[in-house]
Design a protein around this ligand. Structure first.
Ligand SMILES: [Zn+2]
Ligand SMILES: [Zn+2]
Length: 413
């Protein structure tokens, strides 16, 4: 019955009753889209507005002038409600934390190089190699002829030729964070759609909404970009299996995915949790971001954040080939009409099809099952953060850090 997905600002008359409906039936909800970048018509006089003014209460209604806003208030006040802006920069450590939890998930298969000894010198100062197929990377020789060892055992036992224990631990993390790029991003983006842009996004939220914003402009769209990340040979890894005598590639930087967010003002930022395997060790501190009972031992997690300043200086890492919206995808919106606790196989399958169509690759059964858990867990975490208003304690700017190799310096960043 609530399959129609209507943009918030254009179906405003029905919103109040819809919200009331959802009180009695928490299983159904509908997506409320924020303003898009093209919404430039005054809500009162319907003229196109060259420079939009937003209602400061909800930031979801456009006016040309104060007079028009005053005129419209008698219609608007019943559903205006205060919208709280969640600043993306301040909020991103939580999203990075969700991506990190996906990587350390107990059902995620452990990379074979984590389970067996590394027996060569592949320290940061060793030269990279070129394979016969043209691949250039640092070679990691894995002795998998022996039975597996406990993955997090002493890093110097795991890799005796490592320069130091920190170098070995960093190598372990690079391997740990390898792969599953698209399912992890899709789970994070799906949880934003589910918990932030729907009617029953959180308990008691019917008269107060939260919406993402960037530099005080509401987020108009978010989704996933596909393309190439610029990675040099010494920052790539290629694994050699002693048992099968085969080279096993790392994550492919030419088939990379990252999140984009566009604000109503037209600003765009990227968020990427999957550059760590390529030795881009941008970290954020996540202490205090997840609900306390979910917090684990890992505190600093990978998070690469790219703003206009970086791109203006031509430091962008990315060559984008394609992008797909998550927020404005009608199929995903329909799948989200069931709350995360009541998602059906059909709903989840919509997400699987979405990922397969975008990547032009089939997901494995393991990837599908993992994605289902990750989406549910991300929704649960985000829902709880919104319910308890934990986000109000987040500092304005997250604490960031780099994890440099010995003798490595920061240049250009
Ligand atoms: Zn007007
Ligand atoms: Zn308003």
């Amino acid at each position: 019955m609530l399959v129609t997905v209507a943009p918030f600002h254009s179906s405003t008359r029905t919103i109040t009753s819809t919200m009331a409906d959802t009180d009695s039936d928490d299983e159904y909800r509908r997506v409320h889209l924020p303003l898009s970048q093209n919404d430039n018509k005054c809500a009162a006089c319907h003229k196109s507005v060259p420079k939009i003014k937003l209602c400061s209460g909800c930031k979801e209604r456009v006016y040309c002038s104060g007079a028009c806003q005053k005129e419209d208030w008698k219609f608007h006040k019943s559903y205006c409600g205060k919208t709280e802006g969640l600043d993306l920069d301040a909020f991103r450590p939580l999203l990075a934390w969700m991506a990190n939890v996906s990587h350390i998930h107990r059902d995620k298969p452990i990379h074979f190089a984590m389970l067996h000894k590394i027996i060569n010198n592949c320290n940061p100062d060793t030269p990279w190699v070129e394979l016969s197929d043209g691949r250039q990377a640092r070679l990691v020789v894995v002795d998998d002829r022996q039975p597996p060892i406990f993955p997090y055992s002493d890093p110097m036992v795991w890799w005796p030729l490592a320069q130091s224990a920190p170098v070995a631990r960093k190598m372990q993390r690079r391997i740990l964070y390898t792969g599953y790029v698209l399912p992890i991003l899709t789970a994070v983006a799906g949880s934003l759609l589910s918990e932030i842009y729907t009617t029953t996004s959180r308990a008691g939220s019917h008269d107060k909404r939260v919406r993402l914003q960037y530099r005080s402009s509401p987020i108009a769209d978010f989704g996933i970009c596909r393309g190439a990340a610029r990675v040099v040979a010494e920052d790539r890894l290629v694994f050699y299996s002693m048992k099968t005598r085969k080279f096993i590639g790392d994550q492919d930087p030419k088939d990379h995915y990252w999140l984009y967010f566009t604000s109503v003002k037209g600003e765009e930022v990227y968020l990427d949790f999957s550059m760590y395997p390529f030795n881009f060790t941008h970290l954020v501190n996540t202490v205090g971001y997840p609900p306390p009972q979910q917090a684990g031992v890992v505190t600093s997690v990978p998070c690469f954040w790219s703003e206009r300043e970086l791109r203006k200086r031509n430091l962008s890492l990315y060559t984008e080939q394609d992008r797909v919206s998550v927020l404005r995808n009608t199929k995903l919106q329909e799948a989200m009409q069931h709350c995360s606790n009541h998602m059906t196989d059909w709903d989840l399958n919509v997400f699987h099809i979405f990922m397969e169509a975008f990547s032009k690759k089939n997901l494995t059964a393991t990837e599908k099952a993992l994605f289902n858990s990750w989406l549910w867990e991300s929704c649960r975490t985000l829902g709880e953060v919104l319910d308890t208003q934990l986000y109000k304690t987040y500092p304005k700017e997250p604490q960031t850090a780099f994890e440099l190799d010995p003798n490595e310096t920061l240049d250009g960043a």
